[in-house]
Structures are given as C-alpha cells and as structure tokens.
Design a protein. Sequence first.
Lengths: 319, 326
Amino acid sequence: MSVSNDQMIEMLRTMTRIRQFETRVQEFFAAGKIPGFVHLYIGEEAVATGACGTLGATDYITSTHRGHGHLIAKGGDLKLMMAEIFGRRTGYCKGKGGSMHIAAVELGILGANGIVGGGGPIANGAALAAKYRGTDQVVVCFFGDGASNQGTTQEALNLASAWKLPVVFVNENNGYGISCPTCKSMAVADIADRAAAYDIPGVVVDGNDVLAVYEAVAEAVKRARAGAGPSLIECKTYRWRGHFEGDACVYRDDQELADWVKKDPLQRFENKLLADGLLDAAKVESIRQEVARELDAAVAFAEQSPLPEAAEVLEDVYA
Amino acid sequence: MAKMTMVQALNLALRQRMEADDSVIVLGEDVGRDGGVFRVTDGLIDQFGENRSVDTPLAESAIVGMGIGMAVFGLRPVCEMQFSGFSYQAFHQIESHAARLRRRSRGRFTVPMVVRAPYGGGVRALEHHSESREAFYAHIPGLKMVIPSGPRNARALLVSAIEDPDPVIFFEPKAVYRAFREEVPEAEERLPLSRSQLVREGRHVTLVAYGAMVRPTLEAADQLQAHSGIEAEVIDLLTISPIDDELFTASVKKTGHAVVVHEAPKSFGPGAEIIARMMEKSFYYLEAPIIRVTGYDTMFPLFAREQWYLPNARRIARAVQETLKH
Ligand SMILES: Cc1ncc(C[n+]2csc(CCOP(=O)(O)OP(=O)(O)O)c2C)c(N)n1
Ligand SMILES: [Mg+2]
C-alpha cells in the first residue's frame, strides 16, 4: 500500500493532535478540573493513527476505555470531545458519558467503552449489518491485551471468522492490563497467535511505527471489504502514563518506561519525515502550533460550556 | 483498638481469615502485586504469596466460575470484582451456577464463595463505576447479598461472609471506603448475616437504609430532632437478602410511619420489597403512605449532577416531614 506524502503529513498531524490532547487532559486532571477516571493514550498514538488512516468516513470503529486517540484519529471534533471529558452539555454525549463513553455516531464511532472486552460483539453486529445491507463498510475493533482474555473477545473472533464478517480486530498490546503483565495472563508470546485458532490472518506489527500499522491494517481492510472475513492485527506498544491518571505504577520499573520512551512513535515518525525531506523543521513546528491553537479553542469551548441541568439526568433513557 | 478506614478494616478481615484458614484464597484482577485498585488486598501477596493472592487474567466470568469450582472442592475463594458494574460479566456464573448448586445437588455441593465488589456513587466516576444494582443479586434465591455501612461492621460481616457455607455477594460502599474511621478491635468479630441493626432509637418514624446511605439517613435524623423535635428510628439493613424484616416491621408498629432510603434506582429496588413487607406485617399500624427516597430510574449521571441524583439528608428529612403530615 503506498501512502501519499499528504497522507503522511496528515498522519503526523493526527499523532500530534492525540499527543497534545492527552497532555492537556493530563494537566487538567492534575489540576482537579476533570473528575473520575481518565486513561491516556500517550505513547500509543501510532496505532490509532495508522489503523484509522485506512478507513473511510462511513466505516465504523469500536473503541475502549483508552479511547481518546481512536476518536481523534477517526475524525472526532476536539471541542466536542474535550467538552464531554469536562462533563459539559455541549459534549458528544451531552456530558453524560465522560471520557470512557464517548460515542459519535455520525463519524461511525460506536463508542468508547467502560467495559473491557465490550467492543468485539458490537463490532460484529455492525459488520453483519453492513454485510446484510450490501454496503462495503468495514469495522475496526480496537481492544487491549487485557481485553483479549475476555470471553466476549474470543466469542467475537470466532463468530466473525465463521461468518466472514468485515471486521479488523486491532489489538493494542501495551504489555499490561492495569498491573498484570501479559506474561502472567497468557501463555502465548503473541496475541496474534490466537488467530490460528480461528483460521484468520494474524499479524504482529511494531505498534510504534505508524506506517507499519497502516500497512497491516490496510491489507486487512482490503480483505474484509472483499468479503474474505476478519483479521487480527497485534500492535506492540507501551503506555507511558499509569493505567489511569493517579496510578502509582508499583508494578513496573522506570527503566522499562525509559526504554519505551526512547521509541517514541511521534518523534520517530517526525524524524522519518524530516529525513525523507517531506517536511522541514519549520513545518513540524507550524503543525505543533496549529494543533496547540486547536486545543486552546477546544479547552476554551469546554470550560465555557454549561454543565448539564439536573433534569437532563432523566432524559434520553427511552425514545 | 485501632481507628481504621473501611478499606483497612476489610484488609484486616481478609488477612486474619487467611491466617486462620489456609483454604481462604483471594483472586481477581490486580488483587496481588498491585494490592487491588482500592487497596483492599494490599500486602496480602507479601504475607501469603501469589498462590493465595492471585492475579487473574481480565475475565470476570472466569474468576467467579473458578471460584465456584474451588469452593465446591473445599476452598474458600474470595473473588474481587474491580467495580460492581463489571460483575455482570460474571452474572451467568453467579446466577446459573453459584446460586443453584446447593439445591441441584440436594445439599451435597455447596459454594462457600464470597464475591466482593465496590458499588455506589459519590466518587465522581462514570456509569458502571458508580452504580448501585444490588437488586439484581438480592432477587436471586440461593445468594446472600450483604452491604456494610462502616469500617467495623464491614470487617465483622466479611469474616462471617467468608465463613458462611453459601455464596455471598458482598458490596462495599466505595464512598465510605476512606470517608471516616472507626475503632476496630484486633480480635476477630463476627456479625450474623441476615440480621439488621437498630442504629438510632426513635418513636415518630422508622428510617430504613443500608450501605453509603446510612450516614445521610442518620444526619437527617439528627437534623429532624434538632429542628423539629422529631425522633426518627434508624435501621441499618446490613444484609439485603435474605432480608431481616423483624426489626423494621416491629419498628413500624411503634412509629406508624416509614421512609426507605437507597441510592439504587427506585423501580423494583430493595425499597419495594421492604415496603411490601411492612404492608404484609404491619399494615394496621401504618398511619401514612411509606415514602421511598432513592436514586432515579436512569443511568448513573456524570459528576456534575451526581449529588442531585444521590439521596441526601435534606431529601430524607423532607420525606419524613411529608409522611408525618398524615
Ligand atoms: C469488564 C471490565 N473489567 C474490568 C475493568 C477495569 N479495567 C479497566 S481497564 C482494565 C485493563 C485493561 O487492559 P487492556 O485491555 O490491556 O487495555 P489497556 O488499559 O492496557 O489499554 C481493567 C481491568 C473494566 N473496565 N471492565
Ligand atoms: Mg494493555
């Protein structure tokens, strides 16, 4: 799959957006402006960016509790996202969902999901609907290494393979489900090995290399659109922050983190584009500045937006 | 005696039961090395090793299902669900098997398992992380559904739950986890399951509450006394199911008025059962309709309106005034 220069620059912009968005959320959480739980995607930007880069506007994704990056990569509006995370009524879910439950139906985002492993069967359903209606839409189902151990995930893999549903299962293996390292929760070395059990392609990619993710997912999307069924793409990556903001991370050592920070997916892609002469340092800086301004606007929008009225709590329960 | 938070008191209960009985095993997501996301199992792995404080894969159904098998064959598993809102992933194991094995086997297989789960609002978290759905479990014959309200009774009830021969769903009010401290004696204490407690005496109205709602209910009772001379009797249910209806029906016979408080949604909630019992057993003593002060029939709202959703002392006191108009 060849990626155009413009597309690559767009990917760099998306990754920059995710990084800066998450950094702002981190700061506002620390300042007590965002309550509840937030799970940040810093360090994993290449996965969402590469995977969503292969999709069209009418394709679907299911996301996870660590979903901000997926939403941004699928075209989520930063203002509406930030407002939702701030719990404001102008947010994607009128301030009723919060960080873990952002859905944006018009963008094909079936929802971040507070239930780990919740996305697989829903992705299958969306894929079945597309198949039934004869559209060529595909669904990307994001899920973590922890989620891969939920029964629902394995049920979904089996069903999608048995019925050749147009789903691409994109596993984000960041090495941990909260404190539990993958070596303690599964015997296989690679989650992609499980694809063999369902007779579907299983591919391991460097999840910090956005182009590698793009290529693997693009191949799987092509296959799915052609009616050849699902694939499982495992992206090896790492989360830089604690599981949630405030996590003391007693379960992993600083060296491990430091090693992964050296493999920064954003820096790496930037360096590649600079080396290939696709852009210069000034252009990189201008992308950063533009994104920073978008985020200033998003934060201002969120902060100035009203909280939901009490009576709204009772709305939207039924038609 | 040491002053402890509920988290510390629960930790003490687990530690002492594990010391006394090597068949007691704690299992769940992040309960080992991490000590649990709320730190209830903190330090157990250091004292008892990873075979007794077991980090499982992320799979609630597997955790509870394993608990059943372990319990049937002589162990005393204490399963942790990270939040009660995730326990639905294990619902089929709880409902279809844990609750039914005794009866199916005519008493030869028993399931002495505890499933612990933090529940309830007040911590500014979203949906599954704040809800109060004890009614799901209270509705199932064969299960015991227990909800402590403070550090000391939490410790004593958890000890009893672990020793109980039947499966116990043990909901812990996370809003109370670190909200206040109580004296908790070092020596193991037990409270009988299926026994409610009188926590405040009064003659004008009966208030029934449990879990995190006991504190605002007591606060309302104090305010009513101070401002209007109304003497409210407060009963802490402690076990939701099988329910102890003796104390509250006797109380209603004395007061003729009642208000029931819970943060779970109103319809088909525990309040409905409590009031039905009052009607069955103390109808002729009632002088006014019984009022429920509860959460609303909707999903738990995000932080901004959380305090609007949750019952508080003001709402409870208003309901008391209302029922006493009759
Ligand atoms: C059904 C369910 N169980 C437990 C949790 C609590 N929880 C939230 S995220 C998480 C770990 C998820 O690990 P993984 O799938 O690897 O995703 P990551 O956080 O690493 O991105 C857990 C246990 C939950 N939200 N839902
Ligand atoms: Mg993970």
